[in-house]
Write a protein that binds this ligand. Sequence first.
Ligand SMILES: Cc1cc2nc3c(=O)[nH]c(=O)nc-3n(C[C@H](O)[C@H](O)[C@H](O)COP(=O)(O)O)c2cc1C
Length: 185
Amino acid sequence: MKQKKIAVLVGSLRKASLNLKVAKQLMRLAPENLELEIVNIGDLPLYNEDLEANTPTSWVDFRNTIREADGVLFVTPEYNRTTSPAIKNAIDVASRPWGKNVWNEKPGAVISVSMSALGGFGANHSIRQSAACLNVPMMQQPEAYIGNAHTLFDENDNLTSAETESFLKNFMVAYEKWVNRLTVA
Ligand SMILES: Cc1cc2nc3c(=O)[nH]c(=O)nc-3n(C[C@H](O)[C@H](O)[C@H](O)COP(=O)(O)O)c2cc1C
């Protein structure tokens, strides 16, 4: 079976991002059949339809990357009870121009990561809301709200919680099944 390419979007741009740390753990724990790659979304100009007249190279590259992916995995922080502007901008960029939504039918999953005990529930579901509009079939279960994320890593960014490790591993096993169900072998 060929490896499935999964585009990973990390919604926080800061170097010490907890979302980035979790995304790296997902890459480590993913089944071999999935090839995860973090896609840079930090240099995409803010969506402005006027720019389509001379489409920014970074938009073209990003759209191509999503088009070529077999699935999309969103790792999102919560900003004021919704997703971050970086991830929302990336979603919007690859949804346009009208009629060329490259997210269409990509099997998706979302994991929210927050310092708060609530685990970014609002952000998680704001991704699901956009996914419905973009025809991205989202894995429903297991839901993944990673709370108190600042307590989960040591000073070398190693995951210290065996419980979280097991949860993330199971999440990726379920996502592999979801991708396999919705894509050709
Ligand atoms: C503008 C802003 C708004 C935030 N709003 C929320 C929020 O609504 N809920 C929450 O759990 N955390 C909120 N936070 C805290 C983030 O969850 C926290 O900064 C987290 O570490 C961000 O993810 P990162 O470590 O990957 O950058 C907010 C942070 C910022 C910068």
